[in-house]
Design a protein around this ligand. Structure first.
Ligand code: EPU
Length: 337
């Protein structure tokens, strides 16, 4: 176990921001992770998973612990269900592909989401009508300060839209070491009613889709709209889709009759932030080496060498403009560090 000094975090965050960690270690098993956590030498610790949902704006003067635990285990098989435990450091998309190769259903709509298995529950990742919580059973964790282990059930996690207890009351307190899922082995519950999926399956000429077909459709849609972080630095949706009062929405509709929306509850409406940002004229705007993606206005991008603060300032400019134009408060989805 070697603790490295002055390590660039560029390869460890999908935005590709080049900041330094004063100290860095990659932990590949639980014992190493425990040893590092119990070390008194480095009181400040910073936990890093897949680095896919963060904007780094400064050097990190702490011991950065990269959670790189690997392994996938089938815990049990019942009638048409299987229970699987995946370690936190497994790449999310590789895990989804492994499930599809084994014909295990439930995660196919969440194909190609960047990040690792262990960070997926923190913001309850989701796409095309499916969220992590739909197949989540539990996750194992270690408390960062007292090293006790705790298993969180679905109820304990208090999942919401891109939200969980790990982003709220228990923020920064636990490291997720593995996640357990319940997936289907036959009679898969296919979710194809999300508009873009229906259209993509039609153009693939698939009338009776399998879970593998759905994954293929999702991969096609995502690749056409969302930039590949390996090529252009980004963190997926930078903002959450805001939820506003129906009265407020009805007023906006008078001025913008084409505004899209999804019902959120009886009195609340969810509005796509991407539409608001596009309407405000930011879609495809480039400032030096960063900007707003040309195919999806919800995504801020680093074309190479951008500074985290430049991107943060752009996000603030967008928030202020959306507030002025629509009276809507856009909340960042990514963690600003
Ligand atoms: N739209 C625009 N302009 C844009 C982008 C979107 O007008 O530049 C409009 C679209 O035309 C559509 C609506 O906004 O009417 C919704 O767009 P889309 O279906 O692409 O989804 P989204 O609301 O932009 C959300 C998630 C994505 C997820 C997709 C699909 C959030 C913050 N984002 O995006 O998640 O992949 O739905 O389920 O909820 C992520 O979290 O990183 C992420 C990519």
């Amino acid at each position: 176990m070697t603790i490295l000094k002055d390590v660039s975090l560029k390869p460890y965050n999908t935005f590709g921001i080049d900041v330094k960690a004063s100290h860095f270690i990659s932990t590949e098993n639980i014992d190493d992770l425990r040893n590092v956590l119990s070390s008194k030498e480095y009181p400040n610790k910073f936990i890093l998973g897949g680095g896919s949902n963060m904007l780094l704006t400064k050097d990190i003067n702490a011991l950065v612990i990269h959670v790189n635990l690997k392994g996938i285990e089938i815990l049990s098989k019942e009638d048409n269900q299987v229970t699987i435990k995946a370690s936190a450091g497994e790449n999310w998309h590789d895990f989804v592909l492994w499930c599809l190769q084994n014909n295990f259903g439930g995660l196919e709509n969440m194909s190609l989401i960047p990040g690792n298995v262990g960070t997926a529950p923190i913001q309850n990742i989701g796409a095309y009508g499916v969220e992590l919580k739909d197949s989540f059973v539990s996750c194992e964790t270690i408390h960062i300060d007292n090293l006790t282990t705790r298993t969180f059930t679905k109820e304990d996690c208090n999942f919401g839209y891109r939200n969980s207890v790990f982003k709220q009351d228990l923020k920064g307190q636990y490291i997720i070491t593995s996640v357990t899922f319940k997936l289907s082995t036959t009679n898969h519950n296919l979710k194809t009613n999300y508009g873009a999926i229906t259209n993509e399956l039609e153009s693939l000429k698939v009338s009776k889709p399998t879970i593998q077909d759905i994954s293929k459709a999702v991969i096609n849609i995502r690749s056409s709209k969302l930039p590949d972080p390996k090529l252009i630095g980004n963190s997926g949706s930078f903002f959450k889709n805001p939820v506003i009062k129906t009265e407020h929405f009805n007023k906006l509709k008078e001025n913008f009759p084409e505004i899209p929306s999804y019902p959120a509850s009886e009195k609340l409406v969810k509005v796509p932030a991407g539409w608001l940002i596009e309407k405000a004229g930011f879609k495809g705007k480039t400032f030096n080496n960063y900007g707003v993606h040309k195919n999806q206005a919800l995504v801020l991008v680093n074309y190479g060498g951008a500074n985290g603060n430049d991107i943060l300032n752009l996000s603030k400019l967008i928030q202020n403009t959306i507030q002025k134009l629509f009276g809507i408060n856009l909340e960042a989805e990514v963690n600003i560090i």
